[in-house]
Design a protein around this ligand. Structure first.
Ligand code: ZN
Length: 245
């Protein structure tokens, strides 16, 4: 049997699913991650015959499908996500996107329903998250299941060219130049919303970080930061796995 040419991609997407699960951005079987393979195909997390939830995704649960949503390999027992159009329409519409994350983080849900927008209230605590807030996080106002391409296109119209979008009453979609980047953006958005919520509960509304302080916060480039942060997240997973064994 020939080696699987998509093994590394499957492992990466499965790792992203596990990271999102461990960090509480996905619960149970809801949520999925995809990665562009070429102009017509993507790898996407599917529900499998041994389904145990997104946090326990295995590389075999990451299947090769085309932009029309058809399996292009033997996939008996695996179901593509009902919201696959989120992935296929993003990849069709945004050529710079190499990966897509869709998740249902509770903090984003509650902040969104409360009408609380993430703001750049902190700086050095988490610089990428501050930059995400400064650039703005658009909101797609409909809480529908995005199960049709036209609904995904509505979401994309709201999202514009931003890396993240809040789906009000539903969840989030993030986009990245890599699986790692899309996943880290999802974690940053969850952090922004959970801090926003905690502050709102305290009745606090701190100002946005002053521009003079923003100017002092180094932008080390996403590649450098993302690599370091990703390695730490994978190490955390490995450590838990060893502890659970
Ligand atoms: Zn969803």
């Amino acid at each position: 049997m020939s080696a699987d040419p998509h093994r590394a991609g499957r492992e990466l997407v499965a790792t992203a699913c596990r990271v999102l699960g461990r960090r509480g951005l996905v619960d149970g079987v809801l949520g999925h991650v995809s990665m562009r393979v070429d102009a017509d195909r993507l790898l996407v997390r599917c529900r499998g015959p041994r389904e145990r939830g997104v946090v326990l995704t295995e590389p075999e649960d990451v299947r090769l499908v085309d932009l029309a949503g058809n399996h292009v390999e033997t996939s008996e027992g695996w179901q593509v996500p009902k919201e696959l159009p989120i992935h296929t329409e993003v990849l069709r519409t945004r050529p710079e996107a190499a990966a897509v994350v869709h998740a249902h983080p509770r903090s984003v849900l509650i902040a969104g329903l409360a009408g609380l927008a993430p703001r750049a209230m902190f700086g050095a605590y988490n610089i990428p998250a501050m930059h995400l807030a400064l650039g703005g996080v658009p909101v797609y106002e409909r809480s529908v299941l995005i199960s049709r391409p036209e609904l995904a296109q509505e979401m994309l119209a709201a999202m514009g060219t931003r890396p993240a979008c809040i789906l009000r009453g539903h969840g989030i979609t993030t986009v990245g130049a890599s699986v790692e980047q899309a996943t880290l953006t999802a974690l940053d958005l969850e952090l922004l919303c959970s801090v926003t919520l905690e502050l709102a509960r305290l009745g606090a509304a701190p100002p946005v970080v002053p521009e003079t302080d923003q100017a002092e916060l180094p932008d080390l480039g996403r590649a450098f930061n993302d690599g370091l942060r990703w390695r730490a997240l994978v190490a955390e997973l490995d450590e838990r796995k060893a502890a659970d064994a």
